[in-house]
Design a protein around this ligand. Structure first.
Ligand SMILES: [Zn+2]
Ligand SMILES: [Zn+2]
Ligand SMILES: [Zn+2]
Length: 202
């Protein structure tokens, strides 16, 4: 299997939120994914939430003077319109940190409550998709195998003593067939255009 093809599969998995640990052979590797226990959607360690209400960080600046939001990427920390210092406030209007009595005090330090250096943000504690509070690191030992256009795929009983998942790819097409330990013979030849992540972590 061509090096480039193998790498493109690594990158594809990485773009889907996996970390890849390559073994002795390039076509054998561990994929690790940090995800929600319930729905397996990705869990972001660098995603922060408001400590007070659990609101996900919007990564936006707010100008209290003009009541406008603006991007935190690039640009000065001051409002373009009024030159007031912009703050990273909590996006939830009902959060205690936005109540008129407290808003100034809570957002006084650093760049506001949602600033990464603020003591009032925590890393993600709830799934963004389903709200579940439990997360896990899922791992899967994967073997990549290339098959020719009309070649039948061949799964040996021993394969699943070593691997959790086999990914078959066709030589000249970008199609994948994923077979895991819960292997279903009827699904055998359904090559798909996408890598189904639910078949890799099952
Ligand atoms: Zn909040
Ligand atoms: Zn302003
Ligand atoms: Zn979830």
């Amino acid at each position: 299997m061509k090096e480039q093809r193998i790498k493109s599969i690594y990158y594809k998995l990485i773009s889907m939120g996996c970390d890849i640990y390559i073994g002795e052979n390039n076509n054998e590797f561990f994929a690790v994914k940090h995800g929600c226990v319930e729905c397996k959607s990705p869990w972001y360690m660098n995603l922060t939430e408001c400590f007070f209400c659990g609101m996900t960080n919007s990564y936006l600046y707010h100008c209290a003077n003009c009541d406008t939001y603006s991007s935190t990427t690039g640009g000065p920390a001051t409002c373009r319109t009024c030159r007031e210092k912009r703050k990273k406030i909590c996006f939830n209007d009902n959060c205690i940190t936005n109540k008129s009595k407290f808003v100034e005090e809570f957002n006084r330090l650093k760049n506001g409550v949602m600033d990464k250096n603020s003591p009032s943000t925590t890393s993600q504690s709830h799934c963004i998709e389903c709200g579940c509070s439990n997360n896990l690191y899922y791992t899967s030992f994967i073997c990549l195998r290339e098959v020719k256009e009309n070649e039948k795929i061949n799964v040996l009983n021993n394969d699943f003593k070593k691997y959790d998942v086999l990914i078959f790819v066709k030589t000249n097409t970008k199609k994948y067939l994923i077979i895991n330990k819960k292997f279903n013979k009827n699904e055998n030849n359904n090559f798909k255009n996408e890598i189904e992540i639910s078949k890799i972590f099952f």
